[in-house]
Design a protein. Structure first.
Length: 288
């Protein structure tokens, strides 16, 4: 499966292949990854690592029933769910452990990425959710405590469709393409559903989540969640940006031909899993 040619396939057929790879490949962290959860980049917000901490920090439970894929959703926008001022979510297992995080938008996402990446919100008609899960779905509603995989879990999957790999080497073998290294974040990687191992710069096949890997250890350190439009950004909102096409292309190496036709602005949100000061430029392929 790893050698399957995908350049002439449509996004939907490629997604079917990716699901097979996920089901039969070991992409777990083998003991967990990360020791913290920080949100955004210009100013970090320290996020709760269990349901009790979330409640104490003012997060509200949104879902009344455990979602077998994602667990229980929590929001800082109140019991009705995320708002434009607080467009992010966290997910917890029935046992109270972190199960994932994500963002909600009220603009139509790229249609070719629905529902495999963006899914219609279950509690807000007309809204769309992009969810990153960090534990196996078998843990969501079991009530069992995961004692083997640390505070965050042992897997990272986008929409339960595409796995994010735990090391830079595994990511490259799976077809992710390396980009720029930015201090405090790490080396950015991207995936194009239409051209495994390459980038076509077509927003319709560009996965809206970019993992980042530590320069020294090559371990997964963070992910970036992206929307291809301008939205409420810092200091008035919780997204970063808006970035023009040329600025967003700083996430990629020079001379790659980066340009996303038809996209005027990008907005992003970073979620970090470790001490950001440990990510330096030394040994990086490209520096910003």
């Amino acid at each position: 499966v790893h050698h399957l040619r995908t350049t002439t396939m449509g996004s939907r057929r490629v997604l079917s292949t990716l699901v097979v790879v996920f089901m039969f490949s070991d992409v777990s962290g083998g003991g967990g990854f990360g020791d913290r959860l920080l949100r955004t980049f210009l100013k970090f917000a320290v996020e709760p690592l269990n349901m009790q901490e979330a409640t104490q920090a003012g997060w509200s439970p949104v879902s009344k029933v455990c979602d077998p894929e994602h667990g229980f959703s929590f929001s800082q926008g109140g019991v009705s769910g995320p708002t434009t001022a607080h467009p992010y979510m966290m997910y917890f297992t029935k046992a109270g452990q972190v199960a994932g995080f994500g963002i909600r938008v009220w603009s139509q996402p790229t249609q070719s990425l629905v529902p495999d990446f963006w899914r219609p919100s279950p509690d807000d008609k007309g809204a769309w959710d992009l969810i990153v899960s960090t534990r196996n779905s078998s843990m969501m509603c079991s009530g069992q405590n995961d004692t083997q995989n640390g505070p965050l879990g042992d897997i990272v999957t986008i929409g339960r469709t595409l796995p994010v790999h735990m090391t830079l080497e595994e990511a490259e073998e799976a077809g992710w393409v390396g980009g720029n290294c930015i201090k405090g974040m790490g080396i950015h990687y991207s995936y194009d559903l239409a051209a495994r191992g390459n980038l076509t710069w077509n927003i319709n096949s560009f996965v809206p989540v970019q993992p980042m890997y530590n320069v020294a250890s090559h371990a997964l350190d963070a992910v970036l969640l992206m929307v291809p439009w301008a939205t409420l950004t810092e200091p008035f909102g919780n997204f970063e940006g808006p970035f023009t096409d040329s600025l967003y292309c700083k996430n990629f190496c020079e001379n790659t031909g980066c340009h996303f036709p038809g996209v005027s602005f990008f907005s992003t949100m970073h979620w970090m899993f470790s001490d950001t000061s440990l990510n330096t430029f030394e040994g990086a392929p490209s520096i910003l």
